[in-house]
Structures are given as structure tokens and as C-alpha cells.
Design a protein around this ligand. Structure first.
Ligand code: FAD
Length: 316
């Protein structure tokens, strides 16, 4: 098997490489990057089993996804890849289907398991918001697969990968990108946070979030939220929304305040080591998923909790 991995940045590629190593321990991987990785990233790519890092010409992304896909298709052909692993992120979902269509191959995303079976590839992917797993047999080569790669990369690789420029000759884009307006972001890195206080619609007013902010500050935690809190109510920035359509987090502790725990939210927190939920409804789905389920009103529980923590931790 000739395996190529690609992602929007070196950090994502390192994670995909970890997944690649678990799925195909005997197949060396080659990475295709949009920009040269730094020395530390290169070392970690080597640790994750990548042998060669090919760097595409600069500024491809600014020319839009069609140009990136055209360049990737040429890279895949040059490298003779039979399997291309991408991230199951927005970027991967935008690039993956186009790449598979262009190469005449197969595509599947949200894959949690991949293995070679006979002439094809068997993948398991999450469907219906993560409630079920579907098994698919991909038969048309090359196989383009979006993998869920949130866990630490499996180590075991050694050495620094070779760094090579990959020259590809792509046509000018048919669509010209005029402007990119970045949404207001808080620059929070929820995926790396060790303690997250998650906020849901149990909060009645925007001002009440100060309660959660204060609790998070004392605990040294980051604030996250359910989708309605950022998407519908616009009380928090989009980059704090956790779940199927948001961030997948894996903190040591996730404290869910007034979150019901619909499957679309649970998908994003299931790698947390410890889940604590506070909810007035003992039958809310999050309660069954929590290590500690506190049946109660956040408005009655959080303020005295803040006071107790202030006393205990000596933090004002
Ligand atoms: C395609 C799709 C993708 C989606 N992606 C995501 C996603 O990525 N992330 C996500 O979060 N959602 C996502 N959703 C939405 C998801 O289905 C739920 O609607 C959402 O997670 C519910 O948010 P919530 O728990 O904050 O609100 P609710 O479901 O309204 O729950 C509020 C909870 O607060 C409790 N409560 C009320 N008052 C108090 C109080 N005073 N004290 C304590 N508890 C209280 C209630 O008992 C209830 O359980 C998606 C939906 C779709 C269709």
C-alpha cells in the first residue's frame, strides 16, 4: 500500500499520521503539506512514522479549494498513492470529495477504523450524529478517507523525515477569491485544554455566563459551549462550540453546566477523561454519560461552588 497523508496544517497531519500508524502499522507514510513544517513539527512527524514530507508550492490555499485539489491530485499521481488520508475537519470535508471525484476513486469521511480487505478497503464511520457506526467497503482506487484523528499520535517512528519540494503545475483558478473575512475569534485552543467548563441552554441570559466565566477562571479552565449558545444565541464565538459540527475535545475534566447532552454534543466530548454534569433533569442524556451527575440548578450550585473554591484554593 502506498499511503499519503494530508491536512490543513502540520499539527493536523501529525494527528492523521498517528491514526495512519494504527490502521496501517506496516505501511510507511508520506505527508503532503501546504507549507514547510518547522523543525519541531518535522521531528514529531518522524515520530509519528512519516518518512518523507513533500511541500507543495506556496499560496495554493489563497487560490481556493479547486486549485488545492488539482495540486493534490497531481501530487497523488506523482507519488503513486493508493490511499490518501485526510482529516475529518471542515477542510478535509471540502477537499476530500473533490479529490476522490477528480481521481475517480472512493471517498468516506468521519472514519474511525480503516483496514485493507482483499482488493478493497473496509472503513467504519460514524453516522446519524455519531449514534451508529456504518461499515463500508471501498472498491474504487485511490481511496480518499477522512479520519477522526483526535487522539495523540501513536509513536514508534524514528528519525527526521526527508523534506522535498513537490512541483506541480496547476491551471489558474476558474473562480477568483476576492476576500476572506475571518469570523471574530477568541483564539481559544479547546482541543488542547485540560479542563473545560461547558455551557448550555440551561443559562437563561447572556449576563449569567459571567458565573461560568468566573468558575472557569478560578479552576484555570477554558470555556466551551453547546451549539445553540454560539450558533443561535451568539453568546460565545463559534470556536468555543463543541460537538459534531464543532470542536472535538479531550480534556482531563469536562464540566457540563445546563447541557442536555444530545448525541451531537456527546460526540465532541467522549474522549474526556472525566465528565461532570450539572442539570436539573436527572433524565437528561448527559447524566448517563457522566462520571459524576449532579441533579440541581446551576443558579443554586455554581455561586456557592465559586465561593468554596475561592476559600479552598485561595484564589480571588
Ligand atoms: C446536524 C446537527 C449538528 C449539530 N451539532 C452540534 C454540535 O456540534 N454541538 C452541540 O452542542 N449541538 C449540536 N447540535 C444541536 C444538538 O442537537 C442540541 O440541540 C444541542 O446540543 C442542545 O444544546 P443544549 O444542551 O445547550 O440545550 P438543550 O437541549 O435545550 O438543553 C438544556 C439543558 O439545560 C438543562 N437546564 C435548564 N435549566 C437548568 C438549570 N437552571 N440548571 C441546570 N440545568 C438546567 C435542561 O434540563 C436541559 O437538559 C447539532 C444538531 C444538528 C441537527
Amino acid at each position: 500500500m502506498s499511503l499519503v497523508i494530508h491536512g490543513e496544517n502540520p499539527e493536523t497531519i501529525i494527528r492523521i499520521a498517528g491514526a495512519a500508524r494504527r490502521f496501517f502499522p506496516d505501511s510507511p507514510a508520506q505527508a503532503v503539506c501546504l507549507a514547510p513544517p518547522g523543525d519541531e513539527e518535522l521531528r514529531r512527524l518522524g515520530g509519528a512514522g512519516v518518512e518523507t514530507v513533500h511541500v507543495l508550492p506556496e499560496n495554493l490555499t489563497s487560490q481556493g479549494p479547486a486549485v488545492v485539489v488539482a495540486a493534490l491530485a497531481m501530487a497523488v499521481a506523482k507519488l503513486g498513492a493508493s490511499t490518501i488520508l485526510l482529516s475529518a475537519t471542515k477542510y478535509g470535508r471540502e477537499i476530500g470529495p473533490r479529490l476522490a471525484q477528480r481521481l475517480g476513486g472512493s471517498y468516506a469521511t468521519e472514519c474511525i477504523h480503516v483496514e485493507s480487505v482483499g482488493e478493497g478497503l473496509l472503513v467504519k464511520r460514524l453516522v446519524l450524529g455519531g449514534a451508529y457506526q456504518a461499515s463500508l467497503q471501498l472498491n474504487a482506487r485511490p481511496y480518499v478517507i477522512g479520519v477522526q484523528a483526535v487522539a495523540d499520535s501513536a509513536g514508534g517512528g524514528a528519525g527526521i523525515p526527508r523534506l522535498e519540494r513537490l512541483d506541480v503545475d496547476v491551471d489558474a483558478p476558474k473562480i477568483e477569491l476576492l476576500e476572506v473575512v475571518k469570523p471574530e475569534a477568541s483564539h481559544v485552543d479547546l482541543e488542547r485544554a485540560e479542563f473545560i467548563v461547558g455551557v448550555g441552554r440551561g443559562f437563561k441570559r447572556r449576563e449569567d455566563l459571567s458565573m461560568a466565566e468566573e468558575l472557569a477562571r478560578i479552576l484555570g479552565a477554558e470555556l466551551g459551549c453547546s451549539r445553540p449558545v454560539s450558533g443561535d444565541l451568539k453568546w460565545m464565538s463559534e470556536d468555543r462550540h463543541i460537538g459534531l459540527s464543532g470542536k472535538r475535545v479531550r480534556p482531563k475534566t469536562y464540566l457540563a453546566l445546563g447541557i442536555s447532552g444530545q448525541i451531537q454534543h456527546l460526540v465532541g466530548i467522549r474522549d474526556s477523561k472525566l465528565i461532570i454534569a450539572v442539570n436539573t433533569d436527572p433524565n437528561a442524556p448527559i447524566m448517563a454519560e457522566s462520571d459524576y451527575a449532579v441533579v440541581g440548578d446551576i443558579y443554586k450550585i455554581v455561586p456557592p461552588l465559586i465561593e468554596r473554591l475561592r476559600e479552598k484554593l485561595g484564589r480571588r
